[in-house]
Design a protein around this ligand. Sequence first.
Ligand code: G
Ligand code: G
Ligand code: MN
Length: 261
Amino acid sequence: MVVLTGMVVIVDGELASDLMGALHREELFAAFQPQIDLASGAIVAAEVLCRWLHPRHGLVDPDVFIPLSEEIGAIDAIGRFVLDEGLDAAETWQARGLPVEVAVNVSPVQLVTDEFVEHLTARLAQRAVAPGSLTLEITESRPLGDLDGIGEQLERLRRRGVGIALDDFGTGHASPAALERLPVTEVKLDRSLIHAVASEPPAHLVSALQTARHRDLRVVAEGIETQEHLDRARELGCDRAQGYLLGRPMPFGELDALMAS
Ligand code: G
Ligand code: G
Ligand code: MN
């Protein structure tokens, strides 16, 4: 099988074996993308996004290496790495009295066993980070599979005070069911809904948003690239916004400097 990543064609068996050692070779790093509070305009959170700088192929798309890592059993190690990067950032900001939260993507594959919850619990105990300042983003772009099994793990995380976001909300047909059955604290509206500026939001989305508001969930708009997108996010009643207009995914130091200015 051949995978296209930008201009490069890579045989995927080779990519898989490269990915196995990527963490130890320190080829993986975290990028941080700011989230803005729509009322105040302040940076209130950052999403941590994993990056892989391959020595020969350059940056590999996460849409390629994340699913690959799930297949080859590397997602747990990568997930722990990204979580640590997020907790480092939150700890640094909170030590300085900056109330900035972090959001970390978690693959449903990481929630198949108890390991992730146990690891996260241990990490939180070691660190000066308020659990409420960490949100885990669960994507629904791939089928969430056994909602009950995932729900159980998410309940345990909620009991520890961690926030749970439904990522890419409004794309999959699973949205309303997942919203109903999972203990979520936030929904992240997929960028396709923000980019469809000219059209009315679909009825199922409007009703899902009403449910979200009734349950007092935070609503975050993704993919804000233009002023029009920002206006759309406000019209939809979003609390927070994220996108290239407001800040691209960037190294920690860059976001840190941006917040200081
Ligand atoms: O920047 P972007 O290309 O980072 O990310 C593409 C996709 O990869 C998104 O769906 C995003 O959620 C996912 N992704 C990025 N980083 C991580 C990560 O650390 N863990 C998981 N599970 N997914 C990630
Ligand atoms: O699926 P998830 O929301 O976790 O991934 C976020 C993805 O969206 C990342 O790939 C990130 O680089 C990308 N992204 C962030 N802001 C924008 C934006 O304004 N426009 C587009 N097209 N993508 C964005
Ligand atoms: Mn995300």
